[in-house]
Design a protein around this ligand. Structure first.
Ligand code: ADP
Ligand code: MG
Length: 411
């Protein structure tokens, strides 16, 4: 019994060390060879657990070699796990050649099982990953149990169960540590990016602000010039065109500043119909560039209470996402109308759509599927709408398109 416990604790620590090794290696920037070091650690864990198997009364032996192979398969890749299995079989050949056949079949089955769950494993949550680990363990434990009963050592089943439970826990903790390490790294990376982004947009805002002053001066002098009597018709025309262009530049800068500026104003009564049209006009050139069309059906005089800058931010985010979801072009339909006590604004695109799992993650910070995405747009939008006591509902079908519905309390 004591020997069994000792064995258990030993194996448990061998496996756990893998998780801590991963965390240590990946959280330190200075290890260039971390991947190699981690591969060697997995190999070492495999060799150790094979060299020191747990012995039961009936002469049966168990070890945790499945776990290093599991970790190698899902966190290093197929090739590495195949190599690891090859090492395992080679060693088995040396140690107990008579068992080589059975072990080969066992691991072939296990690799096929891994292959079958690989896709599911890769894009699911940590909890479900652990559940998949449990599934693999339950399967393997039941075959071992069958082998025990077959060999007439059924009384050892309790040991087997305890052993399986402990190894399952070891696997879960290892998966958890590795996943959390990856998550933390990703967060740090995104945070860094977001910080850089906000610094740049602040700089850009101050530059835009600075441009406004000389522009006002230019505009003033232009107007003075326009008042001159002895100007030719052409000169007059040029000056008014320049004035118009200056005004256009001014609008662009104002729009930009209202985006870059953090929320300042309080909640005021807003004509959403007008604001929505302004936003759509503002986004039109961007959408043309991306070969997409904005089609609007907006009821008149929809009033809400809120901060215009913030609402602008939400709608621009959603429109931009819709345009980005249609790399081949298409239309976005924007509908706004009264729906009971709410103003309902709908954005329907004909883009790539989302899977159910993706939909569930929407609004989580830093969730983005785009190479240059920040995953902050929707998070900020959800926050703004929530503060206005509104709701966002998203419907999406992969390959067909997405509809964002925003409900805001009527004023
Ligand atoms: P970003 O646009 O920087 O990626 P967002 O928070 O705006 O960040 O969006 C998060 C993710 O949600 C996007 O990367 C994309 O995968 C998904 N998404 C948002 N809107 C749509 C849409 N209209 N169609 C398909 N996917 C979308
Ligand atoms: Mg976005």
């Amino acid at each position: 019994m004591v020997a069994f416990l000792k064995d258990l604790i030993l194996h448990f620590s061998i496996i756990l060390s893998l998780g801590f090794m991963y965390n240590f290696l990946w959280m330190q920037k200075r290890y260039t060879y971390k991947l190699h070091i981690f591969k060697l650690s997995i190999l070492a864990a495999l060799l150790l657990t094979m060299a020191l198997p747990v012995r039961f009364h009936g002469g049966m032996e168990f070890d945790l070699k499945l776990i290093p192979i599991f970790i190698a398969y899902f966190y290093l890749g197929r090739t590495d796990s195949f190599l690891l299995v090859a090492v395992l079989l080679l060693l088995q050949g040396f140690l107990e050649i008579e068992k080589l056949g059975v072990t080969s079949i066992n691991y072939a089955v296990i690799l096929i099982l891994f292959f079958a769950i690989e896709k599911m494993y890769k894009d699911t949550s940590v909890k479900k990953k652990i559940a998949l680990g449990l599934f693999v363990y339950a399967l393997i434990t039941s075959t071992r149990l069958a082998a025990l009963i077959n060999s007439g050592n059924a009384e050892d089943y309790l040991y087997l169960l305890v052993f399986s439970l402990v190894s399952f826990i070891a696997l879960s903790v290892t998966i958890y540590i590795i996943e959390m390490t990856n998550f933390q790294l990703q967060m740090m990376h995104e945070l860094h990016k977001a910080e850089k982004f906000s610094a740049i947009s602040q700089l850009a805002a101050s530059v835009a602000h600075e441009i406004r002053n000389p522009m006002t001066t230019i505009r003033g002098f232009m107007q003075v010039l326009q008042g001159e009597r002895n100007l030719s018709a052409d000169q007059n025309l040029f000056i008014s065109i320049s004035l118009q262009e200056l005004d256009r530049t001014q609008t662009i800068i104002d729009n930009f500043l209202s985006l870059a500026k953090p929320n300042t104003g309080g909640m005021v009564k807003i004509n959403l119909s007008r604001l929505l049209r302004e936003i759509i006009d503002f986004m039109r050139s961007y959408s043309h560039l991306a070969n997409t069309e904005l089609v609007e059906g907006i009821e008149k005089n929809l009033w809400i209470k809120g901060d215009a800058h913030e609402i602008r931010q939400v709608f621009i985010n959603i429109l931009k996402n819709g345009i980005e979801a249609m790399p081949g072009g298409g239309s976005i339909y924007i509908i706004a109308k009264i729906d009971k006590d709410y103003v309902k604004v709908q954005f329907r695109d004909e883009g790539v759509g989302m899977k159910k799992a993706q939909l569930e993650r929407l609004g989580n910070p830093y969730y983005s599927t785009k190479e240059k995405g920040t995953g902050l747009g929707l998070m900020i939008s959800y926050d703004i709408i929530q503060r206005m006591r509104g709701k966002i509902v998203v419907d999406s079908e992969e390959g067909k398109g997405t509809t964002f519905t925003i409900l805001l309390p009527c004023e």
